[in-house]
Design a protein around this ligand. Structure first.
Ligand SMILES: [Zn+2]
Length: 435
């Protein structure tokens, strides 16, 4: 990875890009040592903010972390020093719910227009701008949860980033989400027209098995499906929903994905959808507005993560109307309960469900407003998010041995969590992208 970036040019936007943009890897360079100095550090692991720190980076990984005085003797002569002054450094942020191939879909028309009027190559070009924004805002890893009709283009965006063709976060992709006939857009058009599908349509367990195998074949790291739709408040006061799959289909989906070593993310908003997803044995619940005490207890017992995606709900609710504003309020209550019960909450924004010109870090303010401590909110986007991805050995904390995915903010994010929307320094794998 590092050798693709051996020589960097800084563009007028202040963004570092590889000088070799033609996909040709430059000749092997000797491993370089770089040292970051900063007044403060949140390392993703400790609950304390540490002062006057130094991070020694060799190639793409962290070699040592400690106080500047402790590490002085370990810094080789000629090492490049990045002095961030009074800044606070943190592990690179992780967003576990994005759609890089979508550019906002408040209304059905917003969504349909993208699938009907934009080619997949054009959508992939827009995705390259989305991932660049994401990285510049401090997100060094994302889990992209389905392409919304853009087939396997997420695999291509991931590959382009990994090969150094374009700047972007490390990507974990789910290719095409699964749903059943008649349950997912595009819907409502004349039966005489064959419309594009926003998902891979599967009916019956054998269809499900084949689709999971196909997605893994083409590069899916995760399997995503839509558990429910048509949300409404039931007579019991719960947020209810209609199920998209039979139990038989979901059992096949989860068992086949797990057999192939892939985990499963369930879009599940109403009580019924979350219940079905948990019965099937999924690994993460996405959105989860209708979570109640009983479901939250089951999530703790089954070690299932929750990506609440609060901000997108707030963003789309006024435009969608109906039950959506009520869902925002129900999710706020569920979030408070989940904190008390110790549910594993991972940072996830649904960016792409709203415009990529918005900063994904706006989610933090909602988590804190809903009762999470700023330090816990930061961990949800670093330590905990990396655990969800099974990547704790690689990133999520600033520790020796981990990849050097490090960001910095000028102010104190513990005092004001919105500091995270003003990231001033971004390093991924030892390469500086923003300074
Ligand atoms: Zn989503």
């Amino acid at each position: 990875m590092i050798r693709h970036f051996a020589s960097l040019v800084t563009l007028t936007l202040g963004v570092a890009l590889p000088s070799s943009m033609d996909g040709q890897a430059p000749a092997q360079q000797p491993t370089r040592t770089l040292v970051i100095r900063a007044a403060h550090m949140i390392d993703g692991h400790s609950d304390a903010v540490q002062d006057n720190v130094a991070v020694v980076i060799e190639g793409e990984r962290i070699k040592a972390v400690g106080s500047q005085s402790q590490l002085a003797s370990q810094i080789p002569a000629g090492a490049q020093v990045v002095d961030l002054g009074g800044a606070t450094i943190l592990p690179g942020l992780i967003d576990n719910h994005t759609h890089v191939l979508l550019q906002g879909d408040i209304t059905a028309a917003d969504y349909d227009d993208q699938l009907l009027k934009e080619s997949i190559p054009y959508r992939a070009i827009r995705a390259t701008a989305a991932v660049r924004n994401s990285l510049m805002n401090g997100f060094t890893a994302i889990r992209d949860l389905e392409t919304e009709g853009a087939m396997y283009a997420d695999v291509d965006v991931k590959t382009a980033i990994a090969r150094g063709v374009i700047p972007g976060p490390r990507m974990f992709v789910s290719t095409r989400a699964l749903s059943t006939t008649g349950t997912y857009p595009l819907l409502g058009y004349s039966w005489e027209l064959r419309m594009p599908e926003g998902v891979q349509i599967v009916d019956g367990p054998e269809d499900v098995r084949k689709a999971v195998r196909e997605e893994v074949k083409y590069g899916a790291d995760w399997i995503k499906f839509y558990a429910d739709r048509r949300y409404f408040v039931g007579a019991d006061g719960r947020l209810r929903s209609w199920l998209n799959f039979t139990d038989e289909e979901l059992k096949m989906l989860v068992s086949e994905a797990h057999r192939l070593g892939k985990k499963v993310a369930a879009h599940a908003i109403g009580w019924d959808g979350i219940d079905a997803a948990l019965r099937a044995g999924v690994n993460t619940i996405e959105h989860g507005d209708g979570l109640t005490d009983d479901l939250l207890d089951r999530m703790v017992a089954q070690k299932v993560y929750w990506c609440p995606t609060i901000y997108v709900g707030v963003y789309v609710a006024p435009g969608r109307g109906g039950v959506w504003p009520k869902m925002v309020e129900m999710e706020r209550v569920a979030f408070g309960k989940a904190l008390k019960k110790g549910v594993m909450i991972s940072y996830g924004t649904d960016a792409g469900g709203y415009s990529w010109s918005e900063n994904q870090a706006q989610e933090f303010a909602y988590m804190v407003r809903y009762g999470m401590s700023p330090m816990a909110a930061i961990k949800s986007a670093t330590l905990v998010a990396a655990q969800l991805l099974d990547q704790s050995d690689n990133f999520g904390t600033i520790e020796a041995g981990k990849l050097a995915d490090i960001i910095a903010v000028k102010g104190n994010p513990i005092a004001d969590i919105s500091e995270l929307t003003r990231v001033s320094f971004v390093m991924k794998g030892g390469v500086v992208y923003k300074q």
